[in-house]
Design a binder for this molecule. Structure first.
Ligand SMILES: Nc1nc2c(c(=O)[nH]1)N[C@H]1C(S)=C(S)[C@@H](COP(=O)(O)OP(=O)(O)OC[C@H]3O[C@@H](n4cnc5c(=O)[nH]c(N)nc54)[C@H](O)[C@@H]3O)O[C@H]1N2
Ligand SMILES: Nc1nc2c(c(=O)[nH]1)N[C@H]1C(S)=C(S)[C@@H](COP(=O)(O)OP(=O)(O)OC[C@H]3O[C@@H](n4cnc5c(=O)[nH]c(N)nc54)[C@H](O)[C@@H]3O)O[C@H]1N2
Ligand code: SF4
Ligand SMILES: [Mo]
Length: 738
């Protein structure tokens, strides 16, 4: 069987010149194999880090062949100012791993994974998914993707799957991460628009971090906090005494999921005492109803739910409403990953709005995102929103996108996709029979992950497209498509402060692995829908298509010419609309809503609220501990597929799972440091070594998410508005092992 079927060879010739024998023998090279001319004379290129959404720029040092041999953080970049965390410094390490997927792997009837060429892999992909579609319709196959590939690739996937292959359901692992912030902003501001710039960390008088462990999860953003010369109060609201809480000026150790009650009580005090900003409230809708609602949330009324005293709450309310002080609210997964995360995020948005802390330096209700391109996926993945910051339900948006992409309008369905959990539930019911997983590892990272292992049996065909063949998800697949990773391809990411930045190809992908972009292009061809994607020749061509789609939307970036301009400007924050010739270049750091005009039809922000609900799985006599989960160290990344491959990073974190437990609980159970203990929930169990520390309260435990068994314990419950999983609180019990 030839490596490429004739149709693919034709396609490759068309866009990359003739296929030489070399290229066929070593197709990792094909098309993109030649070292791009622009890399040759340079000794370094820049690239945005491929881990977290901080979006640090790295300078990659190249040898004569244009291959990166080392890196250093970029001094002049407005995000990281010459700094990087351990993951950034070691970003090249994971590329060389022996566990890289270098050829497609296909499971045979006996269950063995066989190495196959691209032709067989892609023909199998197309024939299996086509036959499911013919037999069971367009709702029988779904994709689950990522916040960690360039948005040109995300958009290609979303458009290919929905408009080209004609399926309906696709969601991204960003659902696990910031669907809550997306929904909160959309409902309150009329568009998913984190309003801040990182400079706001440096310009704030009161920095409130809610469920956010910056020191570990966004170490360079913590460095930005440290550059603040205004002697700020730094308040951390977190049930754990995290590294960040220990470094803060005040730690509010509230009960898990006490946030919503606490935030309402703060608003209660502020409204009661008239510490509000009438001009700012003028720019909102719903203040009267909100004030009436707050009557029930006096500090006294919420002491039980928050575990805080009346005095603590009153004092905090005064601090966050000090007249003349710039107050900024920042939240991450302690808020988003909750069964009532949207309302908790909106409770912070409400506080910022009623105290006038929005649209000014050092203020804002600011969601910090997680993955390097979470923000790109929010605008371009074509999952929840129609590509380019549009809405599937709005006919004008569908017409605009169809015209912009050059595809027939009827290819764009007005129906929404199922959300992640609904896709998996449909698979459990046997309605979804085929699944395509791209650049995410849900067999480890999804909540209550045992359910995934169980539903695997129900799936007729599972495709996993990853850099490694050894991830928990890849091991479960019928077909593994080997993908190039960060450093092996071009494209753009968007960071938490809405800054577009570029990444560069500085290494060859191993074996015959291909960039995701290339894989999507080949799939369009074998599927027979390549006509719809003729303009998607390379990442920068796709960038231009997507850029033009944003015209007139809040995320308008039509002023960006191309990658070179992005690099020249030190990254570009959206919006960046096209300007008249000679008009001044906008400032490099910009915040939104300086004019107090929001994206709602009335231009006013909405104050949204609803009563707190009980924790879905509260502790009881049988399962008396609340389990918290989250990031362990700055050297570990999620399911460890990448950070676990770096010899240096591996020395910087514990190799095996450990559970943080309060000294009182340890004494009661008779366990010592390093003893093994069994942590059991209603769904699963794991063994972990004991780490005794007062960082958690008695009755609470913390397990880092990086160990594969952790999500066997967590509880499938979801925010009703965002459908984000409630990863951070479930009931468990402990048993001493030895
Ligand atoms: N080193 C490293 N950095 C990362 C990542 C990584 O894997 N490793 N992942 C990236 C990604 S994708 C993300 S999303 C971010 C996550 O960044 P963070 O959200 O900062 O990290 P987490 O540890 O998941 O959660 C933050 C805190 O929420 C607290 N928390 C739990 N329950 C509650 C609650 O009910 N209320 C409040 N107020 N707090 C609560 C936890 O105790 C924890 O300290 O990090 C990004 N950066
Ligand atoms: N208990 C608990 N669980 C959690 C969380 C928690 O706090 N607690 N946090 C949740 C959050 S916020 C997140 S973001 C998720 C993260 O969950 P995942 O996204 O599942 O975790 P990763 O390990 O980052 O998986 C990314 C995968 O993509 C692959 N990959 C990397 N680059 C590329 C590429 O360019 N192309 C392709 N094709 N593959 C690539 C990697 O090898 C890896 O297998 O975990 C969630 N799970
Ligand atoms: S802080 Fe985030 S973006 Fe910066 S180097 Fe570390 S992982 Fe990369
Ligand atoms: Mo995340």
């Amino acid at each position: 069987m030839p490596l490429f079927p004739p149709v693919l060879s034709r396609l490759l010739k068309q866009h990359h010149g003739p296929l030489t024998a070399d290229l066929v023998l070593e197709p990792g090279n094909f098309g993109l194999g030649r070292v791009p001319a622009r890399l040759k004379p340079a000794s370094a290129v820049t690239s945005i880090c491929g881990y977290c959404a901080t979006g640090c720029q790295l300078k990659l040092h190249l040898d004569e062949q244009g291959r990166a041999i080392n890196l250093s953080p970029q001094a002049g970049y407005p995000v990281n100012l010459g700094m990087a965390c351990p993951k950034g410094w070691q970003a090249l390490d994971p590329l060389d791993s022996a566990e890289r997927a270098t050829v497609p792997l296909l499971r045979d009837e006996t269950g063995k994974m066989l190495r196959v060429g691209w032709a067989e892999a892609l023909e199998t992909f197309a024939s299996r998914f086509k036959s499911l579609k013919e037999q069971h319709g367009r709702e029988s196959v779904a994709f689950l993707s990522t916040g960690q590939i360039p948005f040109e690739e995300m958009a290609f996937l979303g458009c290919l799957f929905k408009f080209g292959m004609g399926f309906l359901h696709g969601d991204a692992n960003t659902r696990q991460c910031m669907a809550t912030a997306v929904t909160a902003y959309k409902q309150s501001f009329g568009f998913d628009a984190p309003p801040y710039s990182y400079a706001d960390f440096e310009e704030s008088d009161v920095i409130v971090l809610v469920g956010s462990n910056l020191c570990i999860a966004h170490p360079i953003l913590w460095q930005r906090v440290m550059r603040n010369r205004r002697n700020p109060q730094i308040i951390v609201i977190d049930p754990r005494a995290t590294e960040t809480a220990q470094a803060a000026t005040r730690h509010v150790m509230l009960k898990p999921k006490g946030d919503l009650s606490l935030l309402y009580a703060l608003a209660h005090c502020i409204v009661r005492d008239g510490r509000i900003d009438p001009a700012s409230i003028e720019r909102t809708e719903g203040f009267e109803e909100f004030s009436a609602f707050l009557a029930d949330y006096s500090p006294l009324a919420v002491t039980e739910r928050t575990g805080m005293s009346v005095e603590e709450i009153e004092s905090l309310a005064r601090t966050v409403s000090e007249p003349g002080k710039r107050v900024s609210w920042w939240w991450t997964m302690g808020v988003n990953q909750s069964y009532e995360g949207v309302r908790a995020a909106q409770a912070m948005i409400n506080l910022a709005l009623i105290t006038g802390n929005i649209g000014k330096p050092g203020t804002g209700a600011n969601s910090i995102t997680g993955q390097c391109n979470a923000m790109g996926s929010r605008l371009f993945s074509n999952t929840t929103s129609l590509v380019g910051g549009h809405d599937f339900a709005v006919p004008e948006h569908r017409a605009k996108v169809a015209a912009g992409l050059g595809i027939p309008e009827e290819k764009i369905s007005s129906e929404p996709s199922l959300a992640y959990d609904q896709i998996l539930a449909a698979a459990e019911e046997g309605k979804i029979k085929g699944l395509w997983i791209i650049a995410t590892n849900p067999f480890h990272s999804w909540v209550d992950s045992g359910r995934l292992a169980a539903l695997r049996e129900k799936l007729e065909f599972l495709v996993v497209q990853d850099m490694y063949y050894t991830t928990e998800s890849a091991r479960a697949a019928d077909l593994v498509l080997p993908a190039a990773g960060w450093g092996e391809k071009d494209g753009c990411f968007i960071n938490s402060e809405r800054r577009v930045g570029t990444l560069k190809k500085v290494r060859q992908a191993p074996g015959i692995a291909l960039s995701d972009f290339r894989i999507f292009r080949l799939i369009a061809s074998v599927w027979g829908c390549e006509d719809l994607f003729v303009r998607w020749t390379d990442p920068e061509a796709a960038f231009r298509l997507l850029r033009d789609l944003t015209q007139g939307r809040p995320c308008d970036i039509t002023g960006i010419e191309g990658y070179e301009m992005v690099d020249g400007l030190g990254g570009v924050q959206w919006p960046y609309p096209a300007r008249e010739d000679g008009a001044p270049t906008p400032a490099s750091e910009r915040r939104l809503f300086e004019d107090s005009v929001f994206y709602t039809p009335s231009g006013k922000a909405k104050l949204l609220f609803s009563p707190p609900a009980p924790i879905p799985e509260a502790v009881d006599r049988e399962y008396p501990y609340t389990l918290l989960t989250g990031r362990g160290t700055s050297s570990q990344w999620h399911t460890q597929s990448r950070t676990g491959k770096s010899d240096i990073l591996r020395k910087l974190y514990p190799q095996d799972a450990y559970v943080e437990i309060n000294p009182k609980d340890a004494a009661r159970l008779g366990v010592k440091e390093h003893d093994m203990i069994r942590v059991r929930s209603r769904r699963g169990e794991l063994e972990a070594s004991v780490y005794i520390a007062p960082t958690v309260k008695p009755g609470e435990l913390f397990l880092p998410m990086h160990y594969p068994e952790v999500n066997r314990l967590t509880h499938s419950s979801f925010d009703p508005h965002s459908r984000q999983p409630n990863y951070k609180a479930c009931a468990v019990t402990l048993e001493k092992v030895r």
